[in-house]
Write a protein that binds this ligand. Structure first.
Ligand code: ATP
Ligand code: MG
Length: 355
């Protein structure tokens, strides 16, 4: 048994990974791989909540995201890569959690509200769409993690996950509702109350200069973009500034990128001072400098990814997912059985065979 505290986090296969993922979560995952027993989940079931009619695209993006992970430095020798649809305990636990969360509490979740608006889902989203927020509580808690590295938009979801963990422990395991979060396990709770760990930049703005950089909004710089694509996207970034002598706003998207990707703090400070003063420095020049910094970050990823291209790469990814999902199921089944025992549903243990 691995004694290290656990991490659980993941991504939905609604596209490829972008720089927002890097600064918001991926960077932390890679940094913490030694000290934590890490589980990284592909939420492929949740991808169906917005793209039920696109199974082939979901499958393709599933493989592409795993390739992005490996290219970014997630090490399959140290971390466990989990395919959500192969972990039945998650779906079961989602049902039990759905009974512990008031309907209106779920619908008030600000992250869901923002997503409905941004993705233009109107009032025609599926029943499964809001259910994903409940399912995500199960994704997390079934691995009983201490820490969940995520971007800022996910904090509301993690808060709901913490709430459901507390409520379960109180309802079925007799943990005092006043108990401190960190004491839940010592007091006999089934689930730890995990903490969100938000990355260096909690919400990276997209190249539209306005919304969160997002796979589904057409405003992302992907980890797999070529230098040419990056330059083009950076070139089109809107700042609203017209001349080099006009004082610029160092809180705009361009300067968020300056701080996120230019490594030398002295250069960042110099750019900020000049820009704020309108000291003869053009947006175009800064964009080129930022693009170069992004390229420097992405170059080693491109090299690692080159080894994963094509069918051989797909096979490698499927092998990893298969082997790792077996390990993940062992952990998830143990948690589910403990939860069912607490709920007086222990009518027999089962084991999942993954031949
Ligand atoms: P979608 O548009 O389908 O919602 P997404 O781009 O928001 O996709 P997710 O799979 O929903 O990506 O998010 C994966 C993780 O990356 C989450 O922890 C999320 O908070 C984080 N993340 C996503 N976009 C950003 C961003 N722009 N800045 C910081 N973190 C982000
Ligand atoms: Mg999202």
């Amino acid at each position: 048994m691995d004694k290290r505290p656990r991490i659980l986090t993941g991504d939905t296969p609604t596209g490829r990974l972008h720089l927002g993922h890097w600064v918001g979560s991926l960077e932390n995952r890679i940094r913490l791989q030694n000290d934590y027993d890490c589980f990284f989940l592909i939420a492929n079931m949740h991808a169906f909540t917005t793209r039920a009619d696109e199974p082939a695209a979901i499958r393709r993006d599933t493989l592409e995201i795993v390739k992005d992970w490996l290219a970014a430095g997630i090490d399959p020798e140290r971390s466990t890569l989990v395919l959500q649809t192969e972990i039945p305990a998650i779906a079961e636990l989602s049902w039990y959690f759905a009974m512990l969360l008031p309907f209106n509490r779920v619908m008030r979740n600000p992250t869901l509200k923002t997503e409905i608006e941004l993705k233009d889902l109107g009032d025609h989203y599926s029943f499964g769409f809001p259910l994903y927020a409940v399912g995500q509580c199960a994704d997390i808690l079934v691995f009983r993690p201490e820490l969940v590295p995520v971007g800022e938009d996910q904090v509301a979801h993690i808060e709901m996950c913490r709430e459901v963990g507390r409520r379960f422990n109180w309802t079925y395991a007799g943990v005092d509702p006043q108990a401190k979060d960190e004491d839940h396990i010592a007091r006999g709770g089934i689930f730890p109350i995990p903490r969100a760990l938000v990355g260096r930049v909690g919400r990276l703005t997209g190249t539209d200069g306005k919304n969160k950089m997002s796979k589904s909004l057409g405003n992302a710089i992907f980890l797999t973009d070529t230098n040419k694509e990056i330059k083009k996207k950076m070139g089109a970034l809107y700042t609203g500034r017209k001349t080099m002598t006009e004082p610029g706003d160092v809180n705009n998207a361009l300067f968020q990128y300056v701080r996120a990707f230019i490594k030398d703090p002295a250069r960042v400070a110099e750019l900020e001072t000049k820009y704020a003063a309108g000291d003869n420095i053009g947006d175009g020049h800064i964009k080129v400098e930022v693009a170069a910094a992004m390229e420097e970050l992405l170059e080693p990823m491109r090299q690692r990814r080159a080894a994963l291209e094509g069918e051989a790469g797909d096979r490698r990814v499927l092998e990893i997912l298969h082997a790792h999902t077996a390990k993940a199921n062992a952990v998830a089944e143990e948690t589910l059985y403990a939860a069912k025992q607490a709920m007086k549903l222990d009518f027999g243990r089962r084991s999942i065979v993954f031949p």
